[in-house]
Design a protein around this ligand. Structure first.
Ligand SMILES: [Fe+2]
Length: 491
């Protein structure tokens, strides 16, 4: 399917009236081709000491959607730019999920999206959620492969970071039982990976550890008062932090066969701290004011406290005037978050929280080598006030100096998640490196990969790599360093 801004896609709303779904048009319109291109034109200069791959995941429906389309429904497509010795190569590939293969064979969409009844969909995840697992959400590098994951909990798919070939469903040498959420955490110092799985029936949450040799080394059930929708988690040197947030399924609507989320302000936000290899019975819960949290910035131990930085959403409920399913989708996707810090005192049980910044920033990242340790720098994108989700700039937070530096892409230019890419040989968490992101120019209808000096965002990009096709706006991105690519070169 190759919708463009000139061909708006019409979807039938609950009213029977056609509505234009902006998430299939313009900067979101899917691309139909898988391309390889090398020696790309560059404005500026790719730093010689920046070597590795930028990869970004996102929804890109291969076939015309059946029924109403939600932005989260599209098949996972990875766009990547490999920077090596000052040269750039672009490649994009769909993730070959089981559902993608089934639809490819049929030559049409077989699944309806989350805004339609799942009845008749061929299969779903292990929780009986009969929705297409598209692997379209996050990417994380672990043991020589990139794992492409899905926000509702599904099968992690292993992808080669250079060829973008789908290597298959990752079951961790046959040890993974159940599914995995979208944001597992890797401790690069130990090689372990930490994850959870959630579903609508008890146990509502399971937490586990993948060892450095790639097998599930520990799993434990976490007791919750009901089904929840956790999106992310945190690790520290010795602990894992899980979340029980008061955005819950409306059980009355569920009994009537409808899917509706309810933000219950009478419930606290709860944060569960347990030892990395702990049992669910060892979890300690800390209570804070109600909110929703999509993404964790980082967490670490400081004396007797655990510090957790997140992007906190104060009002996760859609606008009251959003009546049609499409209006509700647009309203839910109006992300409004700000940098927020929690402190959990392991001795006294006290929980403190405070907002660190009031700017609307999200899709946070730190140097991947300091995940779970105290970080000085963190990075995020700035959310534009437009009616659909667009990133209009980059932000760098300096925890030590309490300072913030920023760059705005300019009118009609929209970014992607911008992970930190260290300069070759740079120490961890030193800001000695770059931020890398796709930028799509809405007016020109084209995309580029922009490279920024992380220590001087305000100076603008040091290199703009012009891409051979438009890259639709999407979800999460990661940076894989050249020293992590050896298994790919041998593959
Ligand atoms: Fe996410």
């Amino acid at each position: 399917m190759t919708s463009t801004s000139e061909q708006p896609v019409l979807v039938a709303a609950a009213t029977g009236e056609p509505e234009v779904n902006p998430y299939l048009m313009g900067v979101y319109a899917p691309v139909g081709e898988e391309i390889d291109a090398s020696d790309l034109e560059v404005i500026g200069k790719i730093p010689a000491d920046l070597n590795g791959v930028y990869l970004r995941n996102g929804p890109n429906p291969r076939f015309e959607p059946e029924g109403r389309y939600h932005w989260f429904d599209g098949d996972g497509m990875i766009h990547a730019v490999h920077l090596e010795n000052g040269k750039a190569r672009y490649r994009n590939r769909w993730v070959r999920t089981k559902a993608f293969e089934a639809e490819s064979e049929a030559g049409k969409a077989l699944w309806k999206g989350v805004m339609e009844s799942p009845k008749g969909n061929p299969f779903g995840n292990t929780h009986g959620l009969n929705v297409k697992d598209s692997a379209n959400t996050d990417l994380i590098f672990h043991r020589g492969k990139v794992l492409s994951t899905w926000y509702m909990c599904g099968t992690p798919y292993a992808v080669d970071p250079l060829s973008l070939e789908t290597l298959g469903a990752e079951d961790f040498l046959g040890t993974l039982v159940g599914d995995m959420m979208a944001h597992p955490k890797v401790d690069e110092r130990t090689g372990e990976m930490f994850w959870f799985d959630y579903g609508p029936r008890p146990p509502y949450l399971r937490y586990g550890v993948i060892s450095a040799d790639g097998k599930v080394a520990s799993t434990t059930d976490i007791e919750l008062p009901g089904p929840r929708l956790p999106h992310d988690m945190a690790i520290t040197e010795n602990h894992a932090v899980l979340m029980d947030l008061p955005l819950v399924q409306d059980m009355e609507a569920a009994r009537n066969g409808r899917h509706r989320l309810l933000f219950d302000r009478s419930l606290p936000s709860r944060f569960g701290v347990l030892p990395r290899y702990g049992n669910g019975s060892q979890i300690r819960w800390f209570e804070a004011s109600p909110c929703y949290i999509y993404h964790v910035v980082n967490s670490w131990e400081q004396g007797e406290e655990i510090v957790l930085d997140v992007c906190r959403v104060q009002r996760p409920q859609p606008r009251a005037d959003a009546r049609t399913p499409l209006a509700k989708m647009l309203s839910y996707l109006r992300l409004d978050a700000s940098l927020h810090r929690y402190r959990f005192n392991l001795r006294t049980g006290q929980c403190l929280e405070n907002q660190l910044d009031d700017d609307n920033t999200e899709f946070p990242s730190v140097d991947s080598r300091v995940v779970g340790g105290r970080n000085r720098f963190s990075y995020a994108v700035h959310i534009s006030p437009e009616s659909t989700l667009k990133f209009d700039g980059l932000v760098c937070y300096d925890n030590l100096a309490g300072a913030k530096t920023e760059h705005r892409f300019g009118p009609g230019r929209w970014g992607s998640e911008a992970p930190f890419a260290p300069r070759d040989g740079a120490a961890a968490d030193s800001a000695d490196g770059y931020l890398v992101t796709f930028v799509q120019d809405e007016r020109e209808g084209r995309s580029e990969l922009d490279v920024f000096d992380a220590a001087d965002l305000a100076a603008g990009p040091v290199a703009r790599v012009l891409l051979p096709q438009r890259v639709p706006l999407g979800f999460h991105a990661t940076w894989v360093r050249a020293d992590q690519l050896e298994p790919s070169r041998d593959r």
